[in-house]
Design a protein around this ligand. Structure first.
Ligand SMILES: *Cc1c(COP(=O)(O)O)cnc(C)c1O
Length: 221
């Protein structure tokens, strides 16, 4: 076994246990392995252990690592989980299968334009700033319903879910419950929340996607 395989098996087991404990089907939860800062060799290790869904927070770093891996593993699914600049929208649409960090009108418009241009439609999530932290990306909870409508009706974006990163110093459960509630009232079926420290809590509160980095790959430099 490669070292990544053991950690992968443990995280998957914990997700399954948390799901069953909450009366959910473990198959309804997707593990997004967050490989930022780790090299392509570490990603390959996880691929060999059976993992197929990965998350990166920078377009350029992902461009350096993933094109070859995607050719070798055509069923690899790559998620952008970090902030996006408009000048990277084309590259993001070209490379990523899912974009989890749509958080403002300019980005929504830029993504829509590039999707038409490239003929490729990555599924999109809107990032919600559940803690209303001024320094953090994401749409405020009060503005979400209107922003979802704009993304759908004006930009015709394929919006499928919501994503959040709770404040580090607060109980994440409150934020997870809020995100699930906002998703439900907007008819969005996917909810991306929970990281290494709190993914089991997120599963209990309705996450369909958990984004786990250090618990799989070890600490980042
Ligand atoms: C880095 C990162 C993660 C993973 O964090 P870990 O604590 O290492 O699991 C999840 N989501 C986002 C948006 C990240 O940037």
């Amino acid at each position: 076994m490669n070292p990544g395989a053991d950690r992968l098996a443990e995280v998957r087991q914990r997700i399954a246990d948390a799901a069953r404990g909450a009366g959910r089907d473990p198959a309804d939860i997707t593990l997004v392995a967050v490989s930022k800062t780790h090299g392509a060799d570490r990603v390959r290790e996880m691929l060999e252990a059976g993992q197929r869904v990965f998350g990166e927070n920078r377009v350029q770093e992902a461009q350096e690592k993933f094109p070859d891996l995607k050719s070798a593993y055509p069923d690899l699914e790559l998620h952008l989980i970090g902030p996006l600049q408009t000048n990277k929208a084309r590259d993001a649409v070209a490379l990523f299968d899912v974009i989890q960090s749509v958080d403002r009108d300019r980005i929504a418009a830029a993504l829509a334009k590039e999707m038409v241009h490239l003929g490729r439609r990555p599924a999109c999530y809107i990032q919600v700033n559940t803690g209303e932290e001024p320094q953090k990306a994401g749409v405020a909870p009060a503005d979400i319903d209107a922003f979802v409508a704009t993304c759908r009706d004006t930009h015709k974006l394929p919006i499928v879910g919501l994503m959040c990163i709770p404040p580090v110093d607060e109980e994440p459960a409150l934020h997870f419950a809020l995100l699930t509630k906002i998703a439900a009232r907007n008819g969005l079926s996917r909810v991306s929340m929970g990281m290494s420290a709190d993914y089991e809590t997120a599963v209990r509160l309705g996450a369909t996607h958990v984004r786990v980095g250090s618990a799989l790959f070890g600490a980042r430099a």
